[in-house]
Design a protein around this ligand. Structure first.
Ligand SMILES: [Ca+2]
Length: 94
C-alpha cells in the first residue's frame, strides 16, 4: 500500500493478526477453509462487516495449497476494504 497506516488501521491489522493466531491452533501459519470460515464468523461477531465475504477458494487460496496463509488472509481482508474507511467492510464496534 502506498500510504502509511494510521493508528486505527494498525489496530485493525493487529486485531486481524490475533484472530488468525487464535484460529491457527497448531501455529502452522495457515488455516484450512473450514477454520477460515470459523474465523470469519468470529470476526463478524466481533464487529467486522464482512458481508461480502465469500468462501471462494480461488479468491482466498492464491497458491492453491488448500489453506489460507496469513498473507492470503490479509490481502483478502484488504480487498474487502477492512482497512479502508470509505468502504463498508470494517470493524464497527472498536
Ligand atoms: Ca494457500
Amino acid at each position: 500500500m502506498a500510504n502509511q497506516l494510521d493508528e486505527s488501521q494498525t489496530e485493525r491489522l493487529t486485531q486481524m493478526n490475533e484472530y488468525f493466531k487464535f484460529f491457527d491452533v497448531d501455529s502452522s501459519g495457515r488455516l484450512d477453509l473450514e477454520e477460515f470460515g470459523k474465523m470469519c464468523k468470529a470476526m463478524v461477531e466481533g464487529g467486522y462487516d464482512l458481508k461480502q465475504i465469500g468462501f471462494n477458494s480461488d479468491l482466498l487460496d492464491h497458491d492453491h495449497d488448500g489453506f489460507v496463509n496469513f498473507n492470503e488472509y490479509v490481502s483478502h481482508m484488504i480487498s474487502l476494504g477492512v482497512l479502508d474507511d470509505s468502504k463498508g467492510a470494517r470493524p464497527i464496534n472498536f
